[in-house]
Design a protein around this ligand. Structure first.
Ligand code: TGC
Ligand code: FAD
Length: 384
């Protein structure tokens, strides 16, 4: 099995392999045959969240409230298989489970957890996570969205930008500046003053809804605020979860590109022989196999650290930076190996390549993760 050259499969438990295989067959049957079409039409089926809920992958590493409560490693394996299908599908799962659900699960009240989490785990209720703003992306501390008290109520004003699932969400977790620091608010869709127009003209992650969130005097009751945190630590703790999933997901996208390139190279005849028999293509295939195996090994190592409660944010940054860059490299190499077919959605490669341009930007750009690692190495923060 070229994609598992190092026999990393042998490092998984039977249960982990079962979960991985279940998600892989869902992706093979339900995602792979349609992903090119979804990308071309910039759409994703409305019933997909419920199917993902039925599969058990929404908030799957959280305990209680209808969540599966698996290990972090099992969650990572699911992300890897989902992103081998399409980064947009893994994005939906990341935003639902690691961002919106995790925010409520980690920082919410018991009542908020009971109200929202079971429906979200089932995929009946879709969540989104609003941190980024038009003028505050890498630097979320510069956010302008404000929440002020009005008697017992809260009034929210501001704008969020580039929010995955925004337009289709039933509930938004929105982060806003208050007199008490940065706080999270649970905003049901349909609350007067709240709208979520979709962003169009994307050439990346097209099988994923991306939106603005507009908050214009949105009045919320006192119990809409997440009670347990009032600093950037709140949203950043959620990002740790989603970034961890991306470490695995990127390895999945890389694997899909490598497999496509390997099979193409064995079939494609040029100058009277398969291009796989040329030294230059073999060098590319060897490099791709190395990156796929190395990425998977890194993801697995971080998964084991997370399950042991020892994973540090700067280690997640190293995983995200390394694995997304590796996946982009594999995708670009694969695209060229497929020649003209490499630009067609009949093959998965250019779709993955374009999607990865979002993946390298969201959840902290490559630059941000390099600076997080640099800060940890030197003890000096270079952001500002
Ligand atoms: P800084 O002053 O360092 O810290 C502020 C507070 O946050 C705490 N903190 C963390 N807590 C948990 N986990 C982490 N990784 C944390 N990093 C910092 C810190 O202890 C402090 O807490 P407190 O209580 O003492 O106040 O923060 P800073 O303003 O200097 O910013 C640091 C920086 C640049 C690393 C951070 O802001 C950052 O990561 N920027 C990138 C923003 C980002 O990743 N945005 C992602 C938006 S969500 C998204 O993209 C979803 S796409 C999903 C999909 O579709 O898959
Ligand atoms: P900027 O912060 O403006 O950065 C521009 C460039 O400057 C980048 O290359 C960056 O690396 C660099 N730069 C910034 N600061 C420094 C520095 N100190 N030193 C050196 N270089 C620096 N956000 C959400 O909150 N929720 C979502 O669900 C969500 N989904 C997304 C979905 C998609 C498809 C995309 C593309 C984005 C999504 N985002 C979401 C937003 C994403 O997190 C931001 O785009 C990202 O954090 C970068 O912010 P920015 O686009 O404002 O870039």
């Amino acid at each position: 099995r070229p994609e598992d050259f190092l026999d990393l499969d042998g490092l998984l438990s039977d249960e982990e392999r079962d979960i991985r295989d279940t998600v892989r067959s869902f992706v093979t049957d339900r995602i792979v045959p349609h992903a090119g079409d979804w990308f071309e039409r910039a759409t994703i089926p409305r019933e997909l969240p419920r199917e993902l809920g039925g599969l058990g992958v929404l908030g799957m590493h959280l305990e209680g409230y209808g969540c599966a409560g698996t290990s972090a490693t099992a969650y990572g394996l699911a992300c890897m298989e989902l992103e081998a299908g399409d980064s947009g599908v893994r994005s939906m799962v990341s935003v639902q489970g690691s961002l919106a659900m995790f925010a409520i699960w980690r920082w919410g009240s018991e009542e908020q957890k009971r109200r929202w989490l079971p429906g979200m785990a089932a995929g009946e209720t879709i969540g989104c996570f609003g941190l980024t703003e038009p003028d505050a992306g890498s630097d979320p501390g510069a956010m302008r969205t404000r929440a002020r008290r009005d008697g017992d109520d809260w009034i929210l004003d501001g704008r969020k930008m580039w929010i995955t699932n925004g337009t289709i969400a039933d509930v938004a977790v929105v982060w806003a500046r208050t007199d008490e620091g940065v706080r999270g608010f649970v905003v049901p869709a349909g609350t007067p003053g709240f709208t979520a127009p979709e962003i169009h003209k994307k050439l990346s992650l097209r099988a994923s809804v991306t939106s603005e969130l507009v908050l214009d005097g949105v009045r919320l009751p006192a119990d809409a605020v997440l009670p347990e945190v009032s600093s950037l630590r709140g949203p950043l703790s959620c990002l740790n979860e989603a970034r961890y999933g991306i470490v695995w997901g990127a390895a999945g996208a890389a694997r899909a590109c490598f497999e496509a390139a390997l099979s193409y190279a064995k079939e494609r005849i040029a100058f009277g022989r398969p291009i796989a028999g040329t030294q230059i293509q073999q060098q590319k295939l060897a490099h791709m196999a190395l990156e796929v195996n190395r990425s998977t090994l890194l993801a697995l190592h971080l998964g084991r650290l997370k399950d042991a409660g020892r994973l540090r944010p700067e280690q997640i940054s190293m995983g995200k930076l390394g694995n997304v860059n590796a996946a982009l490299d594999v995708a670009r190499t694969a695209r060229q190996m497929l020649g003209a077919n490499g630009i067609s959605l009949e093959y998965p490669v250019i779709r993955h390549m374009n999607n990865l341009e979002s993946v390298v930007t969201y959840e902290g750009t490559a630059d941000v993760h390099a600076l997080v690692i640099g800060g940890a190495l030197t003890g000096v923060q270079a952001f500002r």
